[in-house]
Structure formats: C-alpha cells, structure tokens
Write a protein of this length. Structure first.
Ligand code: DQA
Length: 150
C-alpha cells in the first residue's frame, strides 16, 4: 500500500552547516549534505516530500516554521544550541501546532550540564539523541510513522 503523501519541514539550527568538520569526535564526520541526502532517500520510500532549511539565525528558523503552517504536516528539527536557550523557537512550534520530532546527533544528556535541558522537548512529539547522523533518519521514520497513526 502506498503511504499517504506527506510534506515535511526539516530544520537544522546554528552551526550545523559545519557538520563533517565541526568537532568530529562529538558530531561525526558526515556532512549536512550527506545527512540531507539520506533523509531524501528515506522520504522517497515513504511518499514524503522534504523541504530542508538550515539557518544560523533564530528568526529565520521561526519564519520557516510559520510558513510551514500552510504546506507541511510535520517538522523534523535539530535546533542546535537553540535547544537550550530559545523560548521563542519553542513558542513558534507551539503556535504552528505541527507535530515535531526533535533530534540531536550527540546524546545531550551525557554532555555538559547546560545541554541537559531542552526548551523544545516539552512541545515535541518525541526526541532522538545520541545516534549521530542516524538520529535524523530515526527521527524522520518516527515522525512519518506517527503521522500514519494520527
Ligand atoms: C546538538 C547538541 C547541541 O547541544 C549543540 O549546541 C549543537 C548540536 C546535537 O545535534 O547534538 O549544536 O543539537
């Protein structure tokens, strides 16, 4: 059976454009381009269309969320450091009321104490953290399965 068509916004927050060369011992050597390609491959098998946005600017991420109200059914987000600081990003996720899966390459719960709190988790359907680039793939799978059931 062909799954329902889905439009998904994929948001990458600050500094994730540097993946591959940024602290590879923490974040791995896979580039953002490679991660996006893996997500596109998965999306194709699930009849999903992705719009992928990376920004180093909080406001641009919030604008992308607002726009997604008109076309997306769900959001996959790695908010980067905004995870730990941004009430505005959390409010935007609440405001658009789209199901959102939060992902992190690293396990934020075994790093510095300031990374252990996420403003985003409280408005996310769920969180996947610690599996490197696979966190994104697992997150997209989880989001698409969740959408199929709701
Ligand atoms: C991150 C974890 C954050 O604490 C950090 O600021 C990032 C990346 C991750 O994917 O592991 O930029 O979201």
């Amino acid at each position: 059976m062909t799954p329902n068509p889905r439009n998904i916004l994929v948001l990458h927050g600050p500094n994730l454009n540097l993946l591959g060369s940024r602290e590879p011992d923490v974040y791995g050597t896979t580039s953002l381009t490679e991660i996006n390609a893996r997500l596109q491959e998965l999306a194709a098998t699930r009849n999903a269309t992705l719009r992928i946005v990376q920004s180093n600017h909080e406001g641009a991420l919030i604008d992308a969320l607002h726009e997604a109200r008109t076309w997306a059914q769900g959001v996959l987000i790695n908010p980067g450091a905004l995870t730990h600081t941004s009430i505005a990003l959390r409010d935007a996720i609440s405001a658009v009321a789209l199901p959102c899966v939060e992902v992190h390459l690293s396990n934020i719960y075994r790093r510095e104490p300031f990374r252990r709190h996420s403003y985003i988790s409280g408005v996310a359907v769920g969180v996947i953290s610690g599996f490197g680039w696979r966190s994104y793939v697992l997150g997209l799978l989880a989001l698409l399965d969740w959408l199929d059931e709701h």
